[in-house]
Ligand binder design. Structure first.
Ligand code: ATP
Ligand code: MG
Length: 454
């Protein structure tokens, strides 16, 4: 993408309404625009980051054997009357009436709808296990929408629903989600710690939240600091291997890690040596629930088991805050000049800065770099505007692309361009072809280190 043809409305001033750094940076970098309290447009750069995150979520869900689909944002109230939640949900639910006086609502979640789909089409345990998920906009009329996309009213969520014949199978589905979430967050450059949670309105006994440590997080967290060193890394996961998947979950949940809702000071002190006890704050970026037959019983989602008995199906629901993650990643990865995108989620992998726009040699070298990078699947953002070098660097630093290639007449005379890491600030001079090779290797290696295929 050439910046001269792009739409990147960066702000010079720091917006006064933004209280936390990710919100400020998303506004300044021209990623979002607020349209009403807690409701945002995703401008082109923000949209690209959001799409990268969505893509990783899709890949890891499908790797775990979960099936993508799409349910609507608007739902009939009658489904929610069946489960009893139409009255229970309260003011967070946006209720709508259509021209025929039928009650609708803008879905805050989809348990009822997916249960309705299931009961219409599934009859036998032979059709199980089944996990269906979608990534769809939700609406919750939060009392205090704030912190930009971190607590919006309209927000994008991945929500997945598991259907199993019994508790043991359902717990395997739960564990599969835990492991796939760990990999998902790692690929985004995040350390998200599974913490035992309280269940809230969705219901259920087995539930974990995933928290990213950050001072601006809304949850207070208590943990053994050794938990932050745990990594899935490059290990291969066989998602059909119940014992293997359970062992990974055991490893990641053995150390004490809880939110204020479930924290128990006596257990904390007994289990965690003083030197490892940490109290901090965290951002909830996902939650998994096993809730048994809470919806299947009232809604009649029944299957015939292998003994010929009709039993309510065991269910779970599993969410990832896709749009919140954009903010959470920035909270976890920025400096005083701007965003520092982890490679896995950067809206563009690399920026090209032409130090002398209009100079035949630098223009040609930039065009060649642009073509070579694009051919290797690394679409660059090329700053081809007629601007001072300082302004171009400031924009690149603000929007936080992981790598920058700087092309100037002096270097070019020696056959060199400069490759700079946004994270470390370190620069290295090399030939343009070597810079392209280096980036292609880096992005391919980053993929492989996380269990992807190149
Ligand atoms: P919270 O406690 O932060 O209000 P929740 O527990 O009500 O969230 P869930 O029902 O668990 O939310 O939804 C799954 C995920 O969706 C959450 O883990 C979070 O990442 C995201 N999410 C929930 N509410 C919002 C919101 N208002 N804005 C953005 N993301 C949200
Ligand atoms: Mg939650």
């Amino acid at each position: 993408m050439r910046l001269s043809r792009y739409f990147l409305p960066v702000l010079k001033e720091t917006p006064a309404e933004a209280q936390i750094v990710s919100h400020r940076l998303m506004l300044r970098a021209g990623m979002i625009r607020q349209q009403a309290a807690g409701i945002y447009s995703w401008l082109p750069l923000g949209w690209r980051a959001l799409r990268r995150i969505e893509q990783i979520v899709h890949e890891e869900q499908q790797r775990a054997g979960h099936i993508p689909m799409l349910m609507p944002t608007l739902q009939p109230a009658d489904l929610w009357r069946e489960s009893g939640r139409y009255d229970d949900y309260g003011q967070e639910m946006l209720r709508i009436r259509d021209r025929h006086q039928r009650d609708l609502l803008y879905g805050p979640t989809n348990e009822e709808m997916i249960t309705d789909i299931f009961r219409a089409h599934v009859e036998s345990y032979r059709q199980l296990p089944l996990t269906l998920y979608h990534i769809q906009w939700k609406f919750r009329d939060e009392v205090r929408p704030r912190f930009g996309v971190m607590r919006g009213r309209e927000f994008l969520m991945k929500d997945g629903y598991t259907f199993d014949v019994d508790r043991a199978a359902a717990l395997h589905a739960y564990n599969r989600h835990m492991v796939s979430y760990l990999r998902t967050y790692e690929r985004m450059g995040l350390t998200a710690i599974p913490m035992r949670a309280a269940s809230g309105p969705i219901g259920g006994d087995d539930t974990h939240e995933f928290l990213v440590l950050a001072q601006t997080g809304e949850s207070e967290v208590f943990y053994d600091d050794r938990v932050t060193a745990l990594k899935l890394g490059a290990r291969q996961i066989d998602y059909d291997d119940r014992a293997g998947v359970a062992a990974v979950c055991a490893e990641f949940t053995a150390l004490y890690a809880r939110t204020d809702e479930t924290h128990d000071p006596a257990v904390f002190e007994a289990q965690v040596p003083e030197a490892h006890r940490k109290v901090g704050r965290g951002i909830e970026v996902g939650q998994i629930f096993y809730f048994g037959t809470k919806y299947s019983e009232p809604m009649g989602a029944v299957v015939v088991n292998d003994r010929g008995e009709r039993v309510p199906v065991h269910m779970g629901s599993h969410g990832i805050g896709v749009s919140r993650l954009v903010g959470a990643i920035i909270e976890a990865s920025h400096d005083d000049r701007g965003i520092v995108w982890p490679e896995g989620v950067a809206p563009f992998p690399v920026g090209i800065v032409n130090l002398r726009q209009g100079d035949g040699a630098t223009d040609a070298a930039c065009a060649e770099l642009y073509a070579a990078l694009t051919e290797r699947g690394l679409e660059p953002l090329y700053d081809d505007r007629d601007e001072r070098a300082g302004a171009k660097f400031a924009t690149m630093d603000l929007i936080g692309l992981p790598w920058r290639i700087t092309v100037g007449p002096r270097g070019l005379a020696a056959g060199k361009v400069e490759l700079t890491s946004r994270r470390t600030g370190e620069s290295e001079e090399m030939g343009p072809a070597a810079a392209v090779d280096r980036l292609a290797d880096l992005f391919c290696a980053a993929g492989q280190a996380q269990g992807r295929d190149g």
